[in-house]
Design a protein around this ligand. Sequence first.
Ligand SMILES: C[S@@+](CC[C@H](N)C(=O)[O-])C[C@H]1O[C@@H](n2cnc3c(N)ncnc32)[C@H](O)[C@@H]1O
Length: 214
Amino acid sequence: MTEELEEYILQHIDAEPEHLARLDRDTHVRLLYPRMCSGHLQGRLLKMLVRMINPRQVLELGTYSGYATQCLAEGLLRPDAHVDTIEIDDELEDFIREHLAQSPVASRISLHLGDAVQILEQLQCQYDLIYIDANKRDYLAYYDLALAHLMPGGYILADNTLWDGKVTDPAAHDAQTQGIRAFNDRVAADPRVEKVILPLRDGLTVIRKVSPSP
Ligand SMILES: C[S@@+](CC[C@H](N)C(=O)[O-])C[C@H]1O[C@@H](n2cnc3c(N)ncnc32)[C@H](O)[C@@H]1O
């Protein structure tokens, strides 16, 4: 994607809400690895997908600055709908909460600090939508757990599944690339789900858990 095309897209989609633009700027000024923040285009897509799926319970693995969390919550339509989000880095807590305090959807979000696998094992909830965006080495473990916590007909969105193109680079053997490849291979071969990979940013896989036949 050229910078011109990206700019063109951003000028022809919904504007980024002011509080999210502030969060994005602050992420770039105050946090390490700001590229992890979803940003304007992916954030608007996440909101739109939530609108389309109309979930009651949403789970995010990997909060970082809370940008995608707020976009997921923004898309909720049901009055009782809610987002759980899990972040392992407790040094991010103050930053996340500071920006949640400025968010119109803060009351719909619960932040859980700790390891996604451990916390997900404790959460007794079944989700309609799960956004996987934490440690790339552990995507397979997240997938197995996410499927177990997903309602029939529910959706998983998995971010970074093209991993900067490294998935097809024979010279790339690092643990994160291998984690993403293992995840992609498992999903591709899994008859329990329907799946499609969108080449948006770093690759976004949309997975639907097949409902049992009536
Ligand atoms: C790519 S960032 C998330 C970006 C965010 N979802 C967004 O779109 O704006 C990945 C985050 O996952 C967190 N993380 C890594 N391993 C984790 C784990 N085992 N459990 C929970 N969070 C984890 C990292 O600390 C980091 O903040």
